[in-house]
Design a protein around this ligand. Structure first.
Ligand code: A2P
Length: 315
């Protein structure tokens, strides 16, 4: 689908973005996946410093553009994110430069604060891990992210990034940010799928002209079936998809786009990369069917609290 949304600063963003995070991916896998994604029509890549594969994304982008001279850098929407240990203003700039050089681009379409948690860094610019095996919190900068956001705003004002936003922000954290922001975030990228519809946050964002972006729209590669059932095994959803003639993934992505936000499917499988891009417009009945399944559920699959040693959801 070549559908787009328009961000609050007028910049257009493709509704389907290709997710590049993967657990235990072998070297070269990201390159192959991104190349395939671009070849089948994705024009939006969702990256992050933390994923440690921006170099492969950059190589795939470079090779794809070299092979397709009718397309240019401007035709691809590229997002990446600043990691927790880089929240100091000068480090935000470092992170931007570092990501751009690996991605082989000289500007970004979107730059996000990855998590609402600031942590310490090592002299070699890696995250500092404490004796307890967890990130070392920078308390003040976590509680007041204004200096971090000012650095994001400066990158925006400089024209090096076309839009700035956040990820994993709760409503209270967004409210706080909106109080001091001179440049409003354009997006909030969070976990959203029928087992974690995140409806209140989605509505709050939309009311405030912040576009939600759904990560793990297919229920996450991290899903642990401690609650009994995985999203992908859900009987109602699978029956609904079958009746509609879609794959389950297409049904889930169609539901997200119809709810009015960007979806970021990830896959390393060529056939899935291709079918996931063909996102159908759901009928009212199909849409309601997914809504029904989502009701009363609240299963978050992605939580870094045990790694960070800090609960970003607490307010
Ligand atoms: P794979 O990469 O092997 O195709 P996340 O939500 O954390 O990004 O993870 C997405 C997960 O969904 C991955 O494990 C991916 O596996 C899987 N996946 C992606 N597309 C499909 C699809 N169309 N059908 C089934 N599984 C899919």
């Amino acid at each position: 689908s070549s559908k787009t949304f328009t961000l609050n600063n007028g910049v257009k963003i493709p509704a389907i973005g290709f997710g590049t995070f993967a657990n235990e991916r072998s070297k070269g896998e990201t390159y192959q996946a991104v190349l395939k994604a671009l070849e089948v029509g994705y024009r939006h890549l969702d990256c992050a410093w933390f994923y440690q594969n921006e170099d492969e994304v950059g190589d795939a982008l470079h090779d794809f553009l070299a092979k397709n001279p009718s397309l240019k850098r401007e035709d691809i929407f590229i997002c990446t994110k600043v990691w927790n240990h880089m929240h100091q203003p000068e480090d935000v700039k470092w992170s931007f430069e570092n990501s751009c050089s690996k991605l082989r681009v000289d500007y970004l379409d979107l730059f996000l604060v990855h998590w609402p948690m600031a942590s310490e860094k090592n002299p070699d610019n890696t995250p500092k891990i404490g004796p307890d095996g967890k990130y070392v919190l920078k308390k003040e900068l976590t509680e007041n992210p204004e200096p971090t956001w000012r650095a994001m705003e400066e990158l925006y004002e400089s024209g090096k990034v076309r839009a700035i936003g956040v990820s994993n922000f709760t409503i209270p954290k967004l409210q706080k940010l909106l109080q001091f922001a001179r440049v409003k975030p354009v997006v909030n990228q969070v976990e959203i799928h029928p087992f974690f519809a995140n409806t209140e946050l989605v509505k709050f964002c939309q009311k405030n002209d912040i576009l939600p972006e759904a990560y793990s729209p297919l229920g996450s590669q991290n899903q642990v079936p401690t609650t009994g059932e995985t999203l992908r095994e859900n009987k109602e959803l699978n029956e609904l998809a079958k009746r509609s003639g879609y794959t389950l993934a297409q049904l889930l992505l169609g539901w997200g786009v119809r709810r009015g936000y960007v979806v970021l499917p990830k896959s390393s499988t060529p056939s899935r990369i291709e079918s996931n891009f063909n996102v159908p417009e759901l009928s009212d009945e199909e849409f309601q069917g997914v809504e029904e399944v989502s009701k009363g559920r609240n299963t978050r699959f992605v939580d870094m609290t045990h790694v960070f040693g800090y609960n970003v959801w607490q307010d």
